[in-house]
Design a protein around this ligand. Sequence first.
Ligand SMILES: NC(=O)c1ccc[n+]([C@@H]2O[C@H](COP(=O)([O-])OP(=O)(O)OC[C@H]3O[C@@H](n4cnc5c(N)ncnc54)[C@H](OP(=O)(O)O)[C@@H]3O)[C@@H](O)[C@H]2O)c1
Length: 316
Amino acid sequence: MKTAAGPSQGVSAASSPLVVAVAGGTGFVGKAIVSELSGRGHRVVVLSHRSPVGIVGSVEVRRADATRPETLPAALAGVDAVVISLAFRNSPIEAPRRGQTFEQVDAAGTEALVAAAAAANVPRIVYISGAGAAPDAPRHWFRAKWRAEEAVRGSGIAYTIFRPSWIYGPGDHSLNRFLGFSRWLPFIPQIGNGRQRLVPVFVDDVAALVADALASPAAENATLEVGGPETLTMDEIIRAALRVLGRRRPILHTPVLLMKSLTAPLTLLPSPPMTPSAIDFIVQSAQVDTGPLHERLPRRLRSLPEALATYLAPRG
Ligand SMILES: NC(=O)c1ccc[n+]([C@@H]2O[C@H](COP(=O)([O-])OP(=O)(O)OC[C@H]3O[C@@H](n4cnc5c(N)ncnc54)[C@H](OP(=O)(O)O)[C@@H]3O)[C@@H](O)[C@H]2O)c1
């Protein structure tokens, strides 16, 4: 009988330590993956397109720009596995004039990394996609994620693709923003009605699943949707976090159409602070079927209150 590994017990390290390159290892999700892999004894190489190269603690940083394929072969030298957790700067707010789009970074960038990994005979790849990836999806970001997934699936490399719903944790760019408002505003501003349905998953649990996948033949050549134990609306998530913080704030909803018309002119800027398309991204639901995940990678994933308490609860 399979037993589910829990956060405290973890899954044992791969029988032999690997050299794992993490593209996006300086990002919110990537940092957690780097920390988990290092903690399990793997040698981690962070691929970054703008951090200084060198050794930071036990981690090596190498220069690799996914949008410049010529930078990738050297970055992947001597690597046993590649984890791809890429997102363009300020995602989901695209800046086409600066090459910051889902097509150019998520799709073409992943295609370039996968091609370089195949050319370097890297035997294992893990790709962080997103819930909703599909070839005929109405939203272009889901089609870009699908393109990236197809590159991974067609690479000939043993792969695991994770499609997370909504990931939260100490360094996230979403829940932390709402909670930041609660420090200085008597309310929490929210675009939309707050009823989008999400399956929040703690970033450390996502990282643990990535490390589990590298150690588990059962996860090879699988595309797995990822979510925590509860399906909640965005409002319910914010209220749960406020409860952990011991703060009471009403949530003030602003209509999507109003916000889209206000932000439409900003698309003319080289780096817009918000766009109508990013608003569509922010207010979308992200539901998942986690059955196949639990079948292939048994692990107890933390509930929202349990995980929030690990980093939000006031000390003392
Ligand atoms: N956050 C969520 O709720 C969530 C949910 C589902 C799926 N995901 C997926 O998880 C992945 C990671 O998201 P995140 O929230 O961790 O994003 P993030 O914090 O913005 O990190 C993005 C990473 O991509 C790297 N990057 C950007 N442009 C690059 C380029 N041209 N070449 C190489 N690296 C580049 C950045 O590193 P450098 O700037 O150092 O190069 C950074 O480390 C994304 O694919 C996202 O779609 C996230």
